[in-house]
Design a protein around this ligand. Structure first.
Ligand SMILES: Nc1ncnc2c1ncn2[C@@H]1O[C@H](COP(=O)(O)OP(=O)(O)OP(=O)(O)O)[C@@H](O)[C@H]1O
Ligand SMILES: [Mg+2]
Length: 388
């Protein structure tokens, strides 16, 4: 097992020494660290074959570490070591791609059994790129990044509707990725190669006489036969105009022959709103008829604070995005910065996180984004929650 590298992460140093002593006696190559941040540092530089990580740790927990490992090093197997009361989270971790979990207290020979199993499997898999791709896919869907259960559910929703192209309403707070999701919904559908037209609802119908809106919309639908129209921020269109859109949509469908429908010549509608849907309907900002024609499927984008396990992946995603625009230096974030970013509650959601990384890129010339490079409201938030 010369090239086989093992990492064990646990804040209990007694366990670390025992494990190190046991595995070294069998000539295994084992590294040990007593927290998640140190583990991240090691993982950046070294391709471990297997990482055992404690679930409950002060800085970064096992699940968060798992998320980063699966993004940076998809072929590294991760085994979650759980203490009393964290079993459920360990089972959840299995869904996120951990190889297995073991419960404390454990017998040391369990480690050896698992390591040998992974070693054998690895030998079999060598050169098998398909598996690598499959592992990666669980952590993103096209350009949508996220390992959380909530994002997995959205990926499944998008997958399920890829061959029948229903109309879709996407709801979510500002910055949660509604527009990006609309693009992904379109691209992954059987109409993905056909036209996609985003409509800015703030200016929809401007310059057109009121009595012409219906005809204008009908013509738009005809010209987009087989394609997809995305009404972004639909509540910005007056409800009676929304009603006209839905009437034109119905009329356009009635004019199509059965053959047209079969060949997918109808137009597909997507819409997004950052309003609370029930409230918007209650206040009549969204017209009932329009709602009926758009809500075959409703996708609810979760706020970032409800899926913090996606933060590490997103940071990494944005670092890669902005790094490609740089010539020589490659930016990263310091362990302390990562810690602060993980604690923050992100009222502005993903776009706020993207802006923080982009801003740091604009301001910095050297390698690492430090806590001091973050906007003050984020720094302060970190400090307050550290004290409490
Ligand atoms: N899950 C995600 N993975 C990767 N990037 C994301 C994700 N969600 C959002 N983004 C990025 O965040 C930014 C904001 O996303 P988007 O414009 O789709 O959000 P939105 O919900 O439409 O926001 P708004 O309500 O402000 O219009 C974009 O740059 C997008 O690429
Ligand atoms: Mg938007």
């Amino acid at each position: 097992m010369e090239d086989f590298e093992i990492l064990f992460v646990d804040d209990d140093t007694t366990i670390l020494s025992l494990v190190e002593e046991y595995l070294t006696a069998f000539d295994y190559r084992i590294s040990i660290v007593d927290n998640g941040l140190k583990a991240l540092e090691l993982i950046k530089d070294k391709d471990f074959d297997v990482v055992f990580t404690d679930f409950k740790m002060p800085d970064i927990n096992g699940l968060e570490l798992l998320a980063v490992i699966k993004e940076y090093r998809p072929s590294t197997e991760v085994i979650i070591v759980t203490g009393h009361g964290t079993m459920e989270s360990a089972i959840q971790a299995m869904k996120y791609g951990s190889y297995d979990y073991i419960q404390k207290p454990f017998k040391l020979d369990v480690l050896k059994i698992l390591i040998e199993k992974i070693y054998e499997e690895k030998k079999l898999k060598q050169g098998n790129i398909i598996l690598k791709t499959r592992l990666k896919e669980r952590h993103r869907f096209d350009q949508l990044v996220g390992i959380s259960l909530k994002m997995q559910e959205i990926y499944e929703q998008i997958d399920r509707m890829s061959c029948n192209s229903p109309n879709v309403l996407i709801q979510g707070e500002s910055g949660t990725g509604k527009e990006l999701t609309a693009h992904v919904v379109h691209k992954s559908s059987d109409r993905g190669q056909k036209a996609f037209m985003p409509v800015n609802c703030k200016s929809f119908g401007k310059g057109i006489a009121e009595n012409q809106i219906y005809d204008h919309t009908l013509n738009l639908f005809k010209s987009m036969a087989g394609g997809t129209i995305f009404f972004d921020e639909i509540a910005e269109i007056a409800p009676d105009m929304q009603a006209e859109i839905s009437q034109a949509y119905t009329e356009n469908n009635l004019n199509l022959t059965a053959g047209d429908h079969k060949q997918g010549n109808s137009v597909r509608l997507l819409a997004a709103t950052n309003r609370n849907l029930e409230e918007a309907v209650g206040r009549e900002l969204v017209n009932q008829d329009f709602l009926k024609c758009i809500n075959d499927v409703i996708i609810r984008m979760p706020p970032l604070r409800e899926r913090k396990e996606d933060i590490c992946l997103l940071i990494n995603h944005f670092l890669n995005k902005f790094n490609t625009n740089r010539e020589n230096t490659v930016m990263n974030v310091s362990p302390d910065t990562l810690d602060v970013l993980l604690r923050y509650n992100w009222p502005g959601n993903v776009i706020q996180l993207e802006n923080v990384i982009e801003r740091a890129f604009a301001l910095k010339v050297d390698l690492t984004i430090e806590v001091d490079d973050l906007p003050s409201e984020i720094k302060t938030f970190g400090e307050i929650s550290k004290i409490s």
